[in-house]
Design a protein around this ligand. Structure first.
Ligand code: ADP
Ligand code: MG
Length: 235
């Protein structure tokens, strides 16, 4: 549709900009952060420094998201078991899950086919989506991850939360840069997810009901012929 086209055009432009911006900003950011940390141990005005540090951390998070999109280097696509990737990300989030009273349940189809993916990028997607799911349940709850084999050489990965949901009229806004409803949000997580899944020839869709929860579904192509060696694709 016209709307989707517009979105991917914007994303292409953003990708080009991002490489430049991210590299320009990251170095001075790192040195400023070092200075502030130094001041912090040697001086009093703690509150002020904490705020500055938090703000810098935020900028750093924004730049980090852009770097994922902008990587001018070759993306390395390898044969992967999606179960393993999901397990790794859940482990990464285990402390946060406990602190937020969130339990994550996973259901897999038996004999899931392998996928071809850029491991770190796909982990980033799962991480962003699980974080969003968790943040949508401020009083805790359950997240269900369901991975199913679909017809026509694809798999479906659903991440289902019991959170606050998203109003229908907002769904089309999701994935646009800097759209956030969170005080400390970057509004870049979903944009990154869309971009990465698009790069994997997959599709990401969002279904949501206010006060009931949100389901994110990712459809990814599977490998029909096992890869003999690492396949390098330039993006
Ligand atoms: P951020 O998390 O930094 O706000 P994202 O791009 O990850 O940025 O998400 C953008 C917005 O989409 C969020 O601020 C939130 O309003 C909405 N959103 C995303 N995922 C969910 C979810 N699982 N439940 C409810 N709202 C969500
Ligand atoms: Mg997010």
């Amino acid at each position: 549709t016209a709307r989707l086209l517009q979105k991917s055009e914007k994303l292409a432009l953003l990708g080009q900009m991002a490489a430049g911006i991210a590299h320009e900003i990251r170095n001075p950011l790192t040195s400023i952060k070092g200075f502030i940390q130094l001041f912090k141990v040697s001086q009093q005005k703690e509150e002020y420094f904490d705020i500055v540090l938090a703000e810098l951390e935020r900028i750093n998070a924004i730049v980090g998201e852009f770097l994922v999109l902008a990587k001018p280097t070759a993306a390395v696509y390898v044969e992967q078991d999606v179960k393993v990737l999901i397990k790794d990300v859940i482990t990464l989030m285990s402390t946060q899950s406990i602190l937020n009273s969130v339990e994550i349940f996973v259901d897999y189809d038996h004999d899931l086919p392998m996928i071809s993916c850029e491991e770190n990028q796909l982990k980033q997607v799962f991480l962003n989506l699980l974080k969003n799911a968790m943040e949508s349940m401020p009083h805790g709850g359950n997240i269900h991850i369901i991975v199913l084999k679909k017809e026509e050489g694809t798999i479906s990965i659903k991440i289902i939360d019991q959170g606050i949901g998203i109003p229908e009229e907002r769904i089309s806004t999701l994935g646009e840069p800097f759209y956030t409803t969170k005080e400390k949000g970057t509004g870049l997580g979903l944009m990154t997810c869309y971009k990465i899944i698009e790069g994997h020839n997959g599709v990401l869709t969002i279904h949501s009901t206010v006060n009931k929860g949100t389901t994110i579904e990712i459809i990814l192509p599977t490998i029909t012929q096992p890869l003999l060696k690492k396949e390098v694709i330039l993006v």
